[in-house]
Design a protein around this ligand. Structure first.
Ligand SMILES: [Zn+2]
Ligand SMILES: [Zn+2]
Length: 433
């Protein structure tokens, strides 16, 4: 006889495997149990009120059985039309006397076969009232007297799970960065949230457009041709509920307005707007000095054009310091006691400075970042009050260099000093700081 022996190693392995299996099952079970008790698409069935006076609940309504279904229906409708407080309760008509539609027909033969929706009450058929129904846009299980109702696509439960409603979305816009320099990029991020669940809504198509606000950026003039920058990217929201657009700012500064909307499905707050400043930050108005003039003797701001660009004297702080140094040198050594007459510098928000006859185009190169200014220089026949005399051109250029600035002579058709010495038309010093 062979005595069985315990194989300790195999026993331990077996126990370990069993424990591992149980553990896996527990993990799987606990994972499935995370699901909420009330599935997300479900709504509560509507329970019929019980025993509410004339409002029948699960109670049967008595009907005549002497005729066809149509006749019973007609009798029922007539009964429904009676003053309810007088003539019916949950069991049928009460105190209606002769006007009861049943008084003359209730003595018909026994009726055991009733149409669908009715049950036999012996000699009559009773209309069945459901004890529960599903709210609109939902389907019940079971079909009669449902104990659960599921919203039909695309409806979803409202927050109280009492009704099925269409999904509701809310759109918002964020711009990064909140301000951008002319010609640079910013990102416009559209976020769509499911208003009911407060969760990101994926797959929502969002469209966006951009426009520029009239009168902004130092340009008092406005027309349809004003550059608005461009938008690219976009489409539908991703799993995080966002979709991004790239905004390429125009060279012309100003406030730009984005208008976005959810195209499909729509958002309840369509459309949504957000603004961005296209602007060169930190420009300062050139302050008065005894060494230069910002206005002519008639009090007119030099270079300013009413209803177009009336604020034309903005520079960076560093440029203003160099300008003052330059002007002081001009006043002290080049032409003692004389002032520089300051024409266009930059606009209040910088950017393209369209001084020419064509709006939004710039012959005014390098006046877009607050680091350049034009100074009057002698022209042929011009009444250029305060213009630097031709004889002092060289010394003026040197004084600028001594102030760590660079003055060049610009003129009609050229920005080369040597050339412009011979072209006395629209001639001025263009100074870069
Ligand atoms: Zn302009
Ligand atoms: Zn210039």
């Amino acid at each position: 006889m062979v005595t069985p022996t315990l194989n300790a190693t195999r026993f331990v392995q077996s126990v370990s495997l069993t424990l591992a299996l149980y553990f896996s099952i527990i993990v799987i079970l606990s994972m499935t149990m995370i699901k909420p008790a009330h599935a997300s698409g479900n709504v509560f069935p509507i329970q019929a009120p019980n025993n509410v006076g004339f409002l029948p609940a699960y109670i049967l309504q008595f009907l005549s059985v002497s005729g066809t279904l149509a006749e019973m229906q007609a009798a029922y409708n007539a009964w429904l039309a009676l003053p309810t407080t007088v003539c019916r309760n949950q069991y049928g008509p009460v105190n209606c006397g002769d006007i009861s539609p049943f008084s003359s027909v209730v003595t018909g033969p026994f009726y055991t076969l009733c149409p669908a929706g009715y049950v036999s009450g012996g000699h009559d058929c009773h209309l069945i009232y459901p004890i529960s129904t599903c709210p609109p846009h939902s389907t019940g299980a079971p079909a009669t007297n449902p104990t659960s109702c599921t919203c039909d696509d695309p409806y979803v439960p409202d927050p109280t799970h009492s009704n099925c409603i269409l999904d509701q979305y809310t759109l918002s816009l964020r711009i990064v960065p909140g301000q951008v320099e002319p010609g640079k990029q910013a990102t416009v991020i559209a976020t769509v949230i499911n208003t009911v669940t407060q969760k990101p809504a994926a797959g929502v198509a969002v469209s966006i457009k951009v426009d520029v606000d009239a009168g902004t950026g130092g340009h008092a003039h406005h027309d349809a041709a004003r550059p608005k920058g461009s938008l690219s990217g976009g489409g539908s929201t991703g799993p995080d509920g966002t979709v991004s657009f790239t905004f390429m700012a125009p060279e012309v500064s100003g406030t730009h307005t984005f208008t976005a909307q959810c195209d499909s499905p729509t958002c309840t707050n369509n459309p949504v707007t957000a603004k961005i400043k296209v602007k060169v930050d930190g420009l300062e108005l050139i302050t008065a000095s005894p060494y230069y003039a910002l206005q002519d003797s008639a009090g007119k701001v030099i270079g300013a054009v009413k209803n177009k660009h009336s604020d034309n004297h903005y520079l960076t702080n560093a440029a203003i310091k160099k300008l003052k140094d330059f002007a002081e040198r001009y006043n002290g050594t080049v032409l003692p006691g004389a002032k520089l007459y300051l024409n266009d510098a930059s606009l209040v928000w910088g950017g393209l400075f369209d001084v020419g006859s064509t709006p939004w185009k710039s012959p005014h190169t390098a006046h877009d970042r607050g680091r350049s200014i034009d100074i009057r220089a002698e022209n042929s026949g011009g009444q250029y009050e305060g213009a630097v005399p031709f004889a002092y051109f060289d010394d003026t250029i040197k004084a600028a260099a001594d102030a760590h600035a660079r003055a060049a002579l610009h003129c009609q058709g050229s920005i080369v000093t040597a050339v412009c010495l011979g072209i006395p038309y629209n001639r001025h010093f263009h100074v870069d700081f």
